[in-house]
Design a binder for this molecule. Structure first.
Ligand SMILES: *[C@@H]1O[C@H](CO)[C@@H](O)[C@H](O)[C@H]1NC(C)=O
Ligand SMILES: *[C@@H]1O[C@H](CO)[C@@H](O)[C@H](O)[C@H]1NC(C)=O
Ligand SMILES: *[C@@H]1O[C@H](CO)[C@@H](O)[C@H](O)[C@H]1NC(C)=O
Length: 158
């Protein structure tokens, strides 16, 4: 078991170092989900999925203990974050942080037009400045971040 973990972890560790322009990293702890890690280290769900799209798999199920993940790359690193709790709405979040609607959507492009798909534990970028993230690719995002929803996470095995 240990040997298998170590073998799996090595390529991942190596890859994290290769993420171009990565300015901050974190080390995965036992039991981490992508969203928990994101809340703890101050990175949005979207940004985390974006910068780790090469290494983190569908539903974030391949995190390895002690794996180093990238949190942000130079120039595209939102560090002002907010973790969604029960009954939150986009309106409330925007008012609370004084963010324009366009900015909230630019920084968190996975939010749908009616803001009905935000979920408890999702980490949003709440900066008032819009970051110039690469064009949003829903397919890609959904592969790594689409269902971080806590109640879907019933088969974690790490
Ligand atoms: C993770 O790293 C710590 C500190 O280096 C070490 O004690 C621990 O055995 C490692 N765990 C795994 C599963 O590699
Ligand atoms: C906020 O912006 C998004 C994305 O452009 C748009 O779909 C949505 O309708 C806007 N919501 C409000 C309340 O203006
Ligand atoms: C979006 O991401 C998917 C999965 O990586 C990829 O197959 C597809 O070509 C991408 N689409 C665009 C428009 O970049």
């Amino acid at each position: 078991m240990f040997a298998a973990l170590a073998l799996l972890a090595l390529p991942l560790l190596a890859k994290a170092d290769f993420i171009e322009g990565c300015t901050r990293t974190a080390v995965v702890k036992a039991g981490d989900t992508c969203d928990e890690l994101s809340t703890r280290h101050g990175v949005s769900t979207f940004q985390f999925a974006l910068v780790n799209d090469e290494t983190v798999d569908t539903n974030c199920h391949n995190l390895q203990i002690n794996q180093t993940v990238c949190l942000g790359v130079s120039g595209q690193d939102c560090t002002k974050i907010y973790t969604v709790v029960e009954d939150d709405t986009c309106d409330w979040i925007q008012q609370q942080y004084g963010i324009a609607n366009e900015t909230l959507y630019a920084n968190n492009p996975q939010i749908n037009a009616d803001c009905t798909n935000i979920y408890i534990g999702e980490v949003l970028c709440v900066d008032t400045k819009a970051f110039t993230y690469p064009a949003y690719n829903a397919t890609l995002f959904e592969a790594v971040a689409g269902s971080y929803v806590p109640y879907c996470d019933d088969d974690e095995d790490y």
